[in-house]
Design a protein. Structure first.
Length: 220
């Protein structure tokens, strides 16, 4: 008997259950299918603009910066403005992302390279799958369009978010992913501001485990 089989057998014995227990299988299947809810905070239960306002307030409180644009096509010039304001070279790493590929980067004077980030990548741009208003959190899914290294290795991370994808709760984020009927990502990353730690003498230090700067562009 394998170690896995032995562990499962011990669990069944402690529960006085059988692996062939049809009723238990049906109950477990129904629970997984129904996605039952626990308590959901009222904090994020707002109208669309209220959710965006709460998201913005929390992100800015965590040292992120926010820009609102009417159209994603304005993003390259906003990013060029942001990088120039931080005295950062106008160069970005992006994934194989159709939404970002369609933008006029050359017209904004921003140099684009594609693929996973490495130790020499200074700035990166990703697209958020959605955002969670209740905690001011961006939800990013890994894959060729958003390599997970873009979230952690560069000093500067720019995330583009559609205003219609600002949701109230974490549960709604997972509902949206299930409804998308797509292969599950290897990694789901929650981002709520630049990387920070207070482990050293209780002093806040940005960039300890990831980007020192986070700029969020909300479009639409």
């Amino acid at each position: 008997m394998s170690a896995r089989a032995a562990i499962l057998e011990q669990i069944r014995q402690s529960l006085k259950a059988s692996g062939e227990d049809t009723a238990r299988r049906q109950r477990a299947g129904a629970r997984l299918e129904a996605h039952p809810r626990h308590t959901i905070p009222e904090r994020g239960q707002l109208d669309p603009e209220g959710r965006i306002g709460l998201l913005t307030q929390i992100l800015e409180g965590q040292s992120a910066s926010i820009a609102r644009l009417e159209d994603i096509r304005q993003a390259p010039r906003e990013i060029a403005r942001y990088l120039s304001g931080q005295d950062i070279e106008p160069a970005l790493r992006i994934g194989e992302n159709e939404a970002l590929d369609a933008l006029d980067w050359a017209g904004a004077g921003v140099e684009i390279t594609r693929g996973a980030a490495d130790a020499h990548t200074l700035s990166a741009c990703s697209t958020a799958f959605c955002a969670i208003a209740e905690s001011g959190t961006l939800m990013l899914l890994s894959g060729p369009q958003n390599p997970v290294t873009l979230d952690f290795l560069p000093d500067n991370h720019i995330i583009i978010l559609n205003a219609g994808d600002v949701l109230a709760s974490y549960e709604e984020g997972w509902d949206k992913m299930r409804a998308a009927n797509m292969p599950l990502p290897r990694t789901v990353n929650y981002i709520s501001g630049p990387s920070r730690t207070a482990d050293i003498e209780q002093t806040i230090f940005l960039g300890a485990h990831g980007p020192r700067r986070l700029h969020v562009i909300i479009t639409g």
